[in-house]
Design a protein around this ligand. Structure first.
Ligand SMILES: [Zn+2]
Length: 218
């Protein structure tokens, strides 16, 4: 079945969508990236788009979702903003992706060494930057309370910040909440490590469909 088709997207389960991201990052870190024929992909996507995932990630130049998941034109809805924070326009974009296009996975992707997080910790205030950094503050407070010492503090905040954005999406969007509860979409949180290219898929609350659970237990 052709990847960029309505049929492909309708038949893909949320869990399979999650696996496509995991496999894509495996290819990326092993330098086995697919040969994305951009001109051919332009042809395939000219009549419509059927991206299987919507990913909210940071604007950081080292953390492009298409590259780190080895995806091509038409594969992902990519929403990027400093610190992968959530606001109402971002919620609207996510709602459009999952409800009107049929993307099966909603992912929030943070990353290590995030400049927005570092600036928030330093209390930087300037222009519109002030308001954006305030949105990261709850994650800093949460990370300070956490007893998990596996990460450097600012990277701990990166994890808390992904969790926080996922919570804000689920609490802020009835559409997303309902589709998730009905098993129509999967929800994934990850942190990209800028040292080695690996995504830590630390949160996956994607429900497997009944058939998939049966297969897994065979
Ligand atoms: Zn960042």
């Amino acid at each position: 079945m052709r990847k960029h088709s309505k049929e492909f997207l309708q038949n893909l389960t949320p869990y399979q969508g999650y696996e496509l991201l995991v496999e894509g990052n495996e290819r990326f870190i092993n330098n086995l990236k697919r040969d994305h024929d951009h001109l051919e992909l332009i042809n395939q996507t000219r009549d419509g788009q059927y991206p299987f995932a919507v990913i909210l990630s940071c604007m950081d130049s080292r953390a492009s979702a298409e590259l780190v998941f080895d995806q091509g034109l038409g594969d992902l809805f990519s929403i990027r903003v400093a610190g992968n924070i959530v606001n109402t326009d971002i919620l609207a974009s996510i709602e459009y992706a999952v409800k009107y296009i049929g993307s099966k996975v909603l992912m929030v992707l943070g990353h290590t060494e995030c400049g927005a997080i570092k600036s928030a910790k330093q209390g930087v205030e300037d222009g519109h930057i002030t308001g954006l950094l305030k949105r990261i503050q709850p994650s800093i407070n949460k990370a300070m309370l956490s007893d998990n010492d596996n990460y450097m503090f600012h990277d701990k905040v990166a994890y808390a910040n992904v969790e926080n954005s996922l919570e804000e999406i689920l609490h802020g969007s009835e559409i997303v909440k309902e589709m998730f509860e009905n098993g129509e979409i999967g929800i994934v949180g990850g942190v990209y490590n800028i040292d080695n290219g690996q995504v830590d898929f630390f949160k996956n609350i994607t429900k497997k469909k009944k058939e998939e659970r049966q297969l897994a237990s065979v």
